[in-house]
Design a protein around this ligand. Structure first.
Ligand SMILES: Nc1nc2c(c(=O)[nH]1)N[C@H]1C(S)=C(S)[C@@H](COP(=O)(O)O)O[C@H]1N2
Ligand SMILES: [Mo]
Length: 263
């Protein structure tokens, strides 16, 4: 067991974080909108006000305007706050490998006999095989995976949406709780996730990368892909899932990293 870092800052509740975030984005939005409007006025006025500038000369400005418009539209109309996705061709062929805490005992672990352990009330355990998960609707995502250590890479993952998994196994009452915890089979690496992020439409229990089963070093047979969070929360080799109204233990939060670790 590691000694938890005692320096952890005074924690905000999720609601406080969301409020703070909305407040910050609203402020940024207002400043940006004012600037964009001024820019727009200037662009549209300038052809008449500035004699001798032809349409040709305005092309770069128009290009900039188009980009601004696209950005603006995304900001305003993307009400689901989906993480940006990319075409499959842009996904890295060689997926970057980071670390393997909780996966060191490679010889003892057999993905063929693996079953996901869903811990229910009263200690009851629901066991789910990889085939049961593969029988559910498959969702793919190509997005920019970001590690807190400073690297990012466009990657292509596929699996079952966490929210579909909840529905299929009738775990809706559990999803009403505030957090979900996930741990490796050896309990060496573990994460806690706030329920809204777990239930986000882009959060997957992933079993494929680049259209192939996930290799051992990337978390076979099942890993978490949670695009709204940094890499540290994307637990590889999920052994068990638990639900609670208090924060589940979290490996890197114990080391002083932000518990929420959202993007
Ligand atoms: N079990 C386990 N999951 C893990 C880690 C780990 O060390 N062990 N590292 C995390 C970190 S910090 C990152 S950036 C991603 C990296 O995943 P990759 O090795 O497939 O690139 O996995 C996350 N999940
Ligand atoms: Mo990471």
């Amino acid at each position: 067991m590691k000694t938890p870092n005692k320096k952890i800052k005074k924690e905000l509740t999720i609601e406080q974080k969301i409020n703070r975030r909305n407040f910050i984005s609203f402020g940024a939005f207002t400043v940006f909108a004012a600037g964009a409007f001024e820019g727009w006025r200037w662009l549209y006025k300038s052809p008449t006000e500035t004699a001798g500038i032809t349409g040709e000369a305005h092309r770069p400005l128009r290009k900039a305007l188009n980009k601004t418009e696209i950005f603006f539209r995304r900001l305003v109309f993307n009400e689901n706050h989906l993480v940006k996705t990319y075409p499959k061709e842009m996904a890295a062929k060689r997926v970057r490998y980071n670390s393997d805490i909780g996966m060191e005992a490679k010889k003892k672990f057999d993905p063929a006999t693996w079953k996901l352990q869903v811990i229910k009330k009263g200690g009851e355990i629901l066991q789910v095989s990889i085939d049961e998960l593969k029988a559910l609707p498959k969702t793919e995502i190509v997005y920019d995976f970001k590690c807190v250590e400073g690297w990012d890479q466009i990657q292509h993952w596929a699996g079952v949406k966490f929210s579909d998994f909840i529905k299929h196994f009738q775990l809706e009452d559990y999803a009403k709780m505030q957090y979900v915890g996930m741990e490796t089979p050896d309990k060496g690496y573990y994460v806690g996730i706030d329920m809204p992020s777990a239930m986000h439409p882009q959060t997957l229990l992933a079993y494929e990368v680049n259209d192939h089963p996930i290799p051992l070093n990337h978390g076979a047979p099942l890993r978490l892909i949670i695009p709204v969070k940094y890499g540290i929360k994307n637990l590889k080799r999920i052994g068990s899932i638990n639900f609670s109204n208090t924060r589940p233990r979290d490996y890197w939060a114990e080391e002083g990293y932000d518990y929420y670790s959202g993007l």
